[in-house]
Every structure is written in structure tokens, then in C-alpha cells.
Ligand binder design. Structure first.
Ligand code: BMX
Ligand code: ZN
Length: 332
């Protein structure tokens, strides 16, 4: 018993706190999802609301969502949001047109004053990457690159278990590497021919529209009223053997491969993890072969592309776990 007294109060406090969960919130362009997390696992049923329009309404929705959980047993709240985030101040310092008006929001400051809990704000793909790289099989790897395929394309680069944030927080904005020189695809960031303008859901629809030019309704069921085609239409038609849809989906795989090839030559990762809403439509064998075929032999040897094992939860887990890990071991 006397030995217990040799622990200092702060340490005991820290150990006690480490058993508490944190709330993780994934703030996306269409929905906001939240759940409590402990030890890299979601421990409550996730709650979800549609993402409202405008900064003030989004903040209100976040506050309402937090109040649905037992806040007195939470260590804090982690927010995974699209956009570039200064993680020291918790301010959104960059945003594409996917979240208009979001840049400049002092999210940590505003939320902490309303919910009276510590808040950590992180880019959504960085948060997802942090969680993905902690699963048992990847924990000891040198370099794990997570790519989120959804409204945009996001990236999280984890080197030796630590998230790489770059010189001014913008590392991993992989959606904006240039993969073409056609000057055809305007990205929502304002640049042209970004990977995201080809590989995201929006990019896939643009590819479909280009490939469907001159095609008749007898040749493909994807020929519809302009502006009505959805990613779901394309993937379900491909599944049912619509030839044009299959070609479009194959072209989409080539576009995704293009970006991964560039990243593979820069980072030579142990592993790519593919997550996000569109990842369920990826043919992983096809994608692997396309990437390996286009890499230097030495780089190709290391290519491993995995589907997320925590699909749909990675952003929530990563954001919450940042709160826990940072409170226990603050960044220097
Ligand atoms: C965009 C950019 C990234 C984000 C990525 C994936 C904004 C608003 N978004 O490239 O910061 O990580 O999209 O985002 O600047 P999602 O919306 O597909 O989750
Ligand atoms: Zn872009």
C-alpha cells in the first residue's frame, strides 16, 4: 500500500482519465456522425444528423449532438472535419468549395466555450489515417497512407506511428495532386486536373458524362436527363453488366491508380488503406495490378492496398483518440 503513495497525484489522475472515453465526431459534407470511443473502439451506437448549411448552423448541430451524450464521463471531444486544420488552435485554415465558408472558423475556441470540454480538431482524412494505422496489423509499419474516396479525396500520412502534418498543416491534401494536363477538369479547390476532379464521386460522374457522349439509350441505361446521373447509377449498372458502365468504372480505377502511383514513388509506403464511401466499389485486385504495373519494380514490390477494416468509423475513432492521446501525452 505504501508503494501506491509514491505515485504523484497527476499520474494517478492521468491513469484514471485514460479509462474515460472521448466523443468522436465526423463532420462531412452530407452528414455529421458521432460516437464515444475508448481504446480505438467505438463503444456507443453512433448518432447521425444531416449537415446543415452555413457555419453557424453546423456549430449548433455539433453542440446539439454533443449534448445527446453523457458529457460528464467524457474526456473531451474530437472533431474530424474536411478542410485544412491548424491543430494547435483548432481553426479551419483552408477549405475547398466542398464546405463553402468553412475556412476561418475558430472551431475549437467556439466549441470549448459552449460545451465546456477539451476539443481537438483534425482534418477528416488525417483522423481516419491515424485510426487506420493503429490497427494491429499496421501498428508497427514505417509508412501507412490512408486515402479517403468520397465527396473529395483526402489523405492521411502516418510515419512510424505519427501523423505527418507538414510545415503548415496541409500535408496529406492528396486530392489536389495533378494527374492530368488536359486543362479540362476544374476542381472545387480552384485548381485544374486535380486527382479529386477524377477520382471522387464528382469526378466519376464527369468521366461518365464524357464517355457517354454520342452513346444512345439502347447502348447504355446510363443515358439519362443531363444532371441526373449518380454514382449509385454507375456502380449498379456496372454490376448488372452494362458495358458502358463497366468501362466507366474501369476508367475510374485507372484514375485512382494514377494518384496512388505518384504517392507510391514519393513515399514508398508499406501500405495504402482505402476508405470513404466509394471504397466499397473498388476492385482491389484490379487496382493493385494497375498500380504495380505503373511503378518502378522496386516500388511495385512494396505495393499493398487494403480496404479499411474500420470502414465508416475511422474518422470518429481517430478524432476521439487524438483527444485521449494528446491529453495523456501532449505534443511538444
Ligand atoms: C477535399 C478537402 C480535404 C478533405 C477531402 C476529403 C475541403 C473542404 N476538403 O480535398 O480537406 O480531406 O476533400 O473530404 O477542403 P470528404 O468531404 O470527401 O470527406
Ligand atoms: Zn483540387
Amino acid at each position: 500500500m505504501s508503494r501506491a503513495k509514491s505515485y504523484d497525484a497527476a499520474k494517478i489522475d492521468t491513469l484514471a482519465k485514460s479509462k474515460l472515453p472521448a466523443l468522436g465526431i465526423d463532420l462531412g459534407g452530407t452528414k455529421i456522425r458521432a460516437a464515444a470511443v475508448r481504446d480505438y473502439e467505438v463503444i456507443t451506437e453512433p448518432k447521425q444528423v444531416p449537415t446543415p448549411e452555413g457555419r453557424e448552423h453546423i456549430i449548433e448541430a455539433l453542440v446539439d449532438l454533443v449534448s445527446e451524450f453523457k458529457t460528464d464521463i467524457l474526456m473531451g471531444v474530437g472533431i474530424a472535419t474536411a478542410g485544412i486544420v491548424n491543430c494547435d488552435t483548432g481553426e479551419i485554415i483552408g477549405s475547398t468549395g466542398n464546405l463553402p465558408g468553412w475556412s476561418g472558423t475558430p472551431l475549437k475556441k467556439v466549441l470549448e466555450s459552449k460545451i465546456l470540454l477539451p476539443v481537438h480538431v483534425e482534418n477528416d482524412a488525417n483522423a481516419a489515417g491515424y485510426a487506420e494505422a493503429r490497427i494491429e496489423a499496421l501498428r508497427k509499419k514505417r509508412c501507412v497512407v490512408t486515402v479517403t474516396l468520397g465527396t473529395g479525396i483526402g489523405g492521411g500520412i502516418v510515419l512510424h506511428g505519427r501523423l505527418f502534418r507538414g510545415s503548415n498543416w496541409a500535408a496529406g491534401e492528396v486530392g489536389h495532386i495533378k494527374i492530368a494536363q488536359d486543362n479540362k477538369r476544374l476542381c472545387t479547390c480552384g485548381l485544374i486536373d486535380c486527382w479529386e476532379a477524377y477520382g471522387s464521386g464528382r469526378g466519376l460522374i464527369m468521366t461518365a458524362q464524357e464517355m457517354l457522349e454520342g452513346v444512345t439509350i439502347d447502348q447504355s441505361r446510363l443515358v439519362k436527363e443531363p444532371g441526373t446521373l449518380t454514382t449509385y447509377d454507375v456502380f449498379s449498372a456496372a454490376k448488372e453488366d452494362d458495358l458502358m458502365a463497366k468501362k466507366i468504372v474501369e476508367r475510374w480505377h485507372e484514375h485512382i491508380a494514377h494518384g496512388l502511383v505518384n504517392l507510391a514513388h514519393v513515399l514508398n509506403p508499406d501500405c495504402f488503406v482505402i476508405t470513404g464511401g466509394l471504397s466499397e466499389f473498388v476492385d482491389f485486385q484490379l487496382l493493385h495490378d494497375m498500380v504495380a504495373d505503373r511503378c518502378l519494380p522496386r516500388v511495385a514490390d512494396a505495393i499493398e492496398i487494403r480496404q479499411s477494416a474500420i470502414q465508416g468509423q475511422a474518422g470518429i475513432i481517430g478524432a476521439a483518440q487524438f483527444v485521449i492521446d494528446e491529453l495523456l501525452t501532449p505534443r511538444s
